[in-house]
Design a protein around this ligand. Structure first.
Ligand code: NDP
Length: 283
């Protein structure tokens, strides 16, 4: 009789204790009948590359990457990036293929899946993206690729929004007519979908946004997730957004997209999202 050890996966970050990725991937594995082991890996701040090389040298199959290492993961996989990884300039999914470390960014796909699940497909919509950090970088190309009519990036530091726009247009100038950037006060509403990709809610306050952001049926989407409304969701309701949502569905969606890369199978997000939503606290 032969026995095969389960495939090894993990999530690398610092800190990492809080990560929900192991339970999400274990639930997908149970659902699809794949035997795997998925661990949390704390990488020292100055030893990200070493941690990843070590994992793959010991036979590991795939890694998710979280704060603060997504840009270092991009560099690690820079010769073998998907279009989404290259345009994001940040990578959250690594795998070994033909002896090389490959990288992709699945955050944007997770976001798109969730917007569609919520009945707000961005195709043909006017979309405002608030923030220009790593999470926003992962969202720009997928939103344009999905056919949004107009995408405006606004950020507390306006230069960073402009840099993000330049980074995308250098590689894809055909998006110039649909993509603009500015500061937080230059929102130029109203918008069908407003996405908060800032970390302001972590400090207990919403971003400092002007009034008049929302069309009558608009969705306000916060990439941050919490067991109660985030400060951005509360602000959006007060400013007239017809519906609000947090980023828990995006979290499960980016994991499902990583799972599909690694295993060639797309798991059903719904029961996993319901289980997480039902847990007492998931902040
Ligand atoms: P970064 O640190 O890379 O970027 C932070 C962004 O937030 C910058 O644009 C920064 O602006 C802005 N910001 C910070 N504080 C404020 C404030 N008080 N007012 C206005 N803007 C502010 O973080 P990430 O991009 O990695 O993460 C952003 C959020 O997205 C986090 O809440 C994170 O949890 C969430 N996220 C959710 C995911 C999911 O699956 N649901 C996946 C990835 C991220 P400036 O440039 O001016 O400093």
């Amino acid at each position: 009789m032969t026995t095969t050890s389960p495939l090894r996966f993990g999530v690398v970050g610092n800190p990492i204790k809080h990560s929900r990725s192991p339970s999400i991937h274990e639930a997908f594995a149970a659902q699809t009948g794949i035997a795997l082991h998925y661990e949390r890996i704390l990488a020292p701040l100055d030893a990200f590359d070493h941690t990843c090389h070590d994992f793959f040298q010991q036979g590991g199959s795939g890694l998710n990457i979280t704060v603060p290492f997504k840009e270092q993961a991009y560099t690690l996989a820079q010769d073998h990036l998907t279009t989404r990884g290259r345009l994001a300039g940040a990578v959250n999914t690594l795998w070994m293929e033909d002896g090389h470390i490959h990288g992709c960014n699945t955050d944007g796909e997770g976001l798109l899946n969730d917007l569609r699940r919520l009945g707000h497909d961005p195709a043909g919509k006017q979309v405002l993206l608030v923030g220009a950090g790593g999470a926003a970088r992962g969202a720009v190309f997928p939103l344009l690729d999905a056919g949004c009519a107009r995408l405006r990036i606004i950020n507390r530091s306006p230069d960073r929004a402009t840099q993000l726009l330049d980074h995308v247009l250098e590689q894809l100038p055909e998006f110039a007519a649909r993509l603009t950037a500015g500061g937080l006060s230059q929102a130029q509403g109203p918008w069908d979908i407003v996405i908060n990709a800032t970390s302001s809610s972590l400090g207990g306050s919403p971003p400092d946004l002007p009034a008049g952001l929302y069309t009558p049926d608009a969705l306000a989407y916060d990439m941050m997730y919490a067991s109660q409304d985030t400060p951005f969701m509360t602000q959006a309701k007060a400013q007239g957004a017809a519906s609000v949502a947090d980023g828990l569905g995006m979290l499960v969606g980016q994991a499902a997209a990583s799972f599909a890369i690694w295993h060639g199978l797309r798991p059903d997000m719904t029961p996993v999202l319901q289980a997480l939503r039902g847990s007492a606290s998931y902040t």
